[in-house]
Write a protein that binds this ligand. Structure first.
Ligand SMILES: NC(=O)c1ccc[n+]([C@@H]2O[C@H](COP(=O)([O-])OP(=O)(O)OC[C@H]3O[C@@H](n4cnc5c(N)ncnc54)[C@H](OP(=O)(O)O)[C@@H]3O)[C@@H](O)[C@H]2O)c1
Length: 225
């Protein structure tokens, strides 16, 4: 039975990943900043819930140590924030921008570094990173500079990671999950978490080293950088 570790699994897309992988018989290690408040996640049968604050070195190191020797087939870096929107130049809040970069761009790589031994020891050796079409420079429509730039930076960091890990057989890819009805996406979004995660799981399931370093939509189409 393969194993998946999911960050930010207490709500939204991460929670749906936990539900679907568990229903499919996977061993699911689902993380939340505060497991005490992760009632919906803890109600999913068969899921191992662990505490993880992805911006905190000590938190990430502690979970990696606790899980030493556990093989992780799919490391799913899902946790993210939108940050404040609607700032124009002259109004930029640099503290807020920095926080978005720390959570969305840097933290997933901290998690990747800490769990590389677990992934490398597994059969599938997959690192999946939930990015966004808003990180695509080609498709940029302007606005939301904090969030857009954080996802563009994530994309480049994963592209570098993929090149570095290719010879070690670790496949790394970034994904646009669609515009999804969650706290972040809002009620007016295009698709449900169920539709998004069904698609993403299919694409992740079809990954191999020949697809490392690519950017995919949840329906499997390649995305422009
Ligand atoms: N929804 C969309 O339309 C959409 C579109 C494109 C990309 N995405 C991306 O998809 C991913 C999931 O989004 P979502 O819509 O499911 O968002 P969401 O409903 O707002 O959930 C975000 C999750 O990330 C966790 N998180 C935030 N900061 C964290 C931190 N520092 N450490 C650990 N966990 C943290 C949250 O935990 P708490 O509950 O503790 O805050 C929560 O579990 C994100 O990377 C997002 O950028 C979403």
């Amino acid at each position: 039975m393969p194993t998946v570790l999911i960050t930010g699994a207490n709500r939204g897309i991460g929670l749906e990943f936990a539900r679907q992988y568990a229903a499919d018989g996977w061993k699911v290690i689902a993380t939340a900043r505060d497991p005490g408040k992760a009632g919906e996640l803890k109600a999913v049968p068969g899921v191992q819930v662990e505490a993880l604050e992805v911006t905190d070195d000590a938190s990430v190191a502690a979970l990696a140590a606790k899980l030493k020797g556990v093989k992780i087939d799919v490391l799913l870096n899902n946790a993210g924030i939108s940050g404040p929107r609607g700032f124009a130049i002259g109004e930029w809040d640099f503290k807020a921008w920095e926080e978005v970069m720390v959570v969305n761009s840097i933290a997933p790589l901290r998690v990747a570094q800490a769990f590389l031994p677990h992934v490398e020891a597994s059969d599938r050796k997959i690192m999946a990173f939930i990015s966004s079409r808003m990180g695509s420079i080609t498709l940029n429509g302007g606005g939301s500079a904090f969030y857009r730039s954080s996802k563009t930076a994530l994309n480049m960091a994963v592209s570098c990671l993929a090149l570095e890990l290719k010879d070690r057989g670790v496949t790394c890819a970034v994904f646009h999950p669609g515009w999804v009805k969650t706290d972040m996406g809002g009620a007016g979004a295009d698709i449900t978490t169920g539709e998004s995660v069904t698609g993403l799981r299919k694409v992740i399931g079809g990954l191999d080293i020949g697809k490392t370093g690519k950017f995919f939509n949840y329906d499997g189409a390649e995305f422009p950088w």
